[in-house]
Design a protein around this ligand. Structure first.
Ligand SMILES: C[S@@+](CC[C@H](N)C(=O)[O-])C[C@H]1O[C@@H](n2cnc3c(N)ncnc32)[C@H](O)[C@@H]1O
Length: 310
């Protein structure tokens, strides 16, 4: 027998363990079991980093010059050891790909020069970092839970220069003086992936605050809730799932990977996050790359007549 075409040691092992002699007996789960994870796909349950990097790379290779310009103007993105790829000589992670998409969406619809901004639920501060690095922001006010504020304060102190950092105010919700905040005026409020994790009455209170104090509102949140154990195996437990389902203004269940179901949920999203009836929606769209995150920018036509309390 001519041995020059025989299986490598690698494939001899695969034949032994995965594509065995009875591999063809039952095709029921062929494409989602270890047979296919040796043929056409990597096992998604153990290759999360690979898929995240592939997605980041794909987005990175498609960024517009404007997307890149915003990213390049945002320094020290390497702090915190992000899961990164390199595209065209630049290190890139998913957080800042999203940040440039978000800011691009806002910039196309309003002028941020000299703006006063309020962000509710800022996480570690990626949006504040990018917005302040790209625009001459007069004042950036972050409203968040105390522990998260400690994190964003530490991160932004390291990533922004002293002058920009000095224009940020950190307001813990636990000591939010609503009366004091209501006399302020902001050109833009942002809420990114966080109202969906708040109690419905909290969301209503924030929308009311936004209505009274802001002229624009950018929101990016899920269009609804989902139950799909295949996505993460409910790693954080059944209770965490139940808590997620009770929060946010939009609690209807949908298949978040069905584009028609997502599209059908969009009108409720636009209404659910509108701070008040008079606010006009300047634009909305899918928050790429996620199938079920939607974004919208609203404008308050009455705000121009509000007396700024500066
Ligand atoms: C999933 S993180 C999103 C962070 C950030 N916007 C981003 O997209 O990277 C949710 C954020 O909402 C904040 N948050 C949760 N409950 C809140 C509340 N009641 N008021 C204000 N912020 C809250 C959390 O501390 C966190 O900063």
């Amino acid at each position: 027998m001519d041995l020059k075409y025989q299986a490598s040691r690698q494939w001899a092992r695969i034949q032994d363990q995965f594509i065995t002699e009875d591999a063809a007996v039952d095709l029921t789960n062929l494409k989602s079991d270890p047979r296919n994870f040796k043929l056409a796909l990597w096992d998604p349950s153990t290759n999360g980093i690979r898929y995240l990097k592939a997605l980041t790379y794909q987005l990175g290779m498609d960024l517009s010059p404007e997307d890149w310009a915003r990213i390049k103007r945002t320094p020290h993105r390497e702090i915190g050891d992000p899961i990164s790829v390199r595209c065209e000589g630049e290190t890139l992670c998913m957080d800042y790909v999203q940040a440039t998409f978000e800011l691009g969406f806002i910039e196309a619809r309003m002028d941020l020069h000299g703006a006063r901004v309020m962000e509710i639920g800022a996480g570690y501060g990626r949006s504040a970092h990018m917005i302040m690095s790209n625009h001459d922001i007069a004042d950036y006010c972050i409203v968040d839970l105390t522990n998260t504020l400690e994190l964003s304060s530490a991160y932004l102190r390291r990533t922004l220069d002293r002058d920009r950092y000095g224009r940020i105010r950190f307001i813990p919700v636990e000591s939010l003086d609503e009366a004091a905040l209501r006399t302020e005026r902001f050109d833009l409020c942002l809420n990114i992936h966080s109202m969906t994790e708040m109690r419905p009455e909290t969301v209503n209170a924030y929308l009311d605050l936004i209505d009274r104090t802001c002229s624009h509102f950018y929101v990016k949140n899920p269009v609804g809730k989902y139950i799909d154990k295949s996505l993460d195996g409910y790693l954080q437990g059944q209770e965490a799932v139940e808590m997620a389902l009770e929060n946010g203004p939009l609690r209807q269940l949908l298949d978040i990977h069905d584009s028609e179901a997502v599209q059908a949920a969009v009108p409720a999203f636009i209404e659910g996050y509108r701070p008040n009836d008079g606010w006009e929606c300047l634009g909305d769209g899918r928050a790429v790359p996620w199938s079920y995150l939607w974004q919208a920018l609203y404008r308050n036509p009455l705000a121009d007549r509000a007396e700024p309390a500066r």
